[in-house]
Design a protein around this ligand. Structure first.
Ligand code: TYD
Length: 253
């Protein structure tokens, strides 16, 4: 089989040249990393789950009018996306304190925030994705003021959508990270939600029990990551009803 040209290999995904100009194939690996890749493992089935979950969220966003790079899922591990120029920022939205913000500000994890808080980290693994301010972003030209207005609006729309979808299946959206891409339509450029939206890049807590259903299960050694992600997919109706921890993830199309 002729292999497509690999464009980039990251920690959780590989990007290949797409079948048409302006498209890219995103391949979801089973690799899990945390703490800037100091902790690593291969979690069988994670890539399949994230490919399907990201398809579900991106399709929903497209449907409600929030533009994303997503075109369609190709198979269990691959999806076709629009190629875009990734803005070098991790855009984080928080509804409850957790992770680095709870630590930095000495807050108890789970404390409700007075309003959603948006933070920006520079995408730079060597530096450990440091938190940056809008001053840094403007001064170093990583994004324009217009971009920042659009990014804030996209981030808050994704937050409302994701929080609502999760609430509908008994899950609290604590925080999440998105990446934003620039696409060109003729002379115009616009920003779209890019990369992936999956439990790898969100904090998801069961509303009743507080059980963690996201990558913290891996970061903090809290049990089976596939069980947690399978539970999210099951609640969203993406798994056959009979799927339990004992069955391998099989997804409904
Ligand atoms: P944060 O609490 O800042 O960092 P950590 O995950 O290291 O505790 O993360 C906030 C949310 O954003 C969390 O759901 C994880 C996600 N995130 C990523 O997926 N990738 C990243 O590079 C960063 C900085 C955050």
């Amino acid at each position: 089989m002729s292999r497509r040209k690999k464009i980039y290999e990251g920690k959780a995904k590989i990007l290949y040249e797409g079948p048409e100009p302006g498209t890219i194939v995103q391949y979801f690996k089973d690799d899990a990393t945390a703490f800037n890749a100091q902790k690593k493992d291969v979690i069988e089935g994670k890539g399949v789950l994230n490919n399907r979950l990201s398809e579900y969220f991106m399709t929903g966003l497209n449907t409600i009018g929030v533009p994303t790079h997503f075109i369609r899922r190709l198979n269990m591990r691959e999806q076709l996306v629009r190629s875009c120029e990734i803005i070098p920022l991790e855009v984080i939205v928080r509804n409850f304190a957790a992770g680095t913000m709870a630590k930095r500000l000495g807050m108890e994890e789970g404390t409700q925030l007075p309003r959603p808080i948006v933070e920006y980290c520079l995408k730079d693994d060597k530096l450990g994705d440091p938190l940056v301010t809008e001053e840094h972003i403007a001064a170093f030209g990583w994004a324009s003021q217009q971009d920042m207005d659009d990014i804030l609006s996209l981030a808050l729309r994704v937050n409302d959508f994701m929080a609502g979808v999760m609430y509908g299946v008994g899950i609290r959206l604590v925080d999440f990270k998105i990446e934003i891409g620039r696409v060109y339509d003729g002379d115009f450029q616009r920003l779209v939600v890019a990369d992936e939206i999956s439990p790898d890049s969100c904090r998801l807590w069961d509303i009743e029990t507080g059980r963690k259903l996201d990558k913290d299960v891996f970061r903090r050694d809290l049990g089976s990551l596939t069980d947690a992600y399978t539970e999210v997919a099951r609640r969203l109706g993406l798994m056959p009803k009979a799927a339990t921890a004992m069955t391998k993830p099989t997804l409904i199309n």
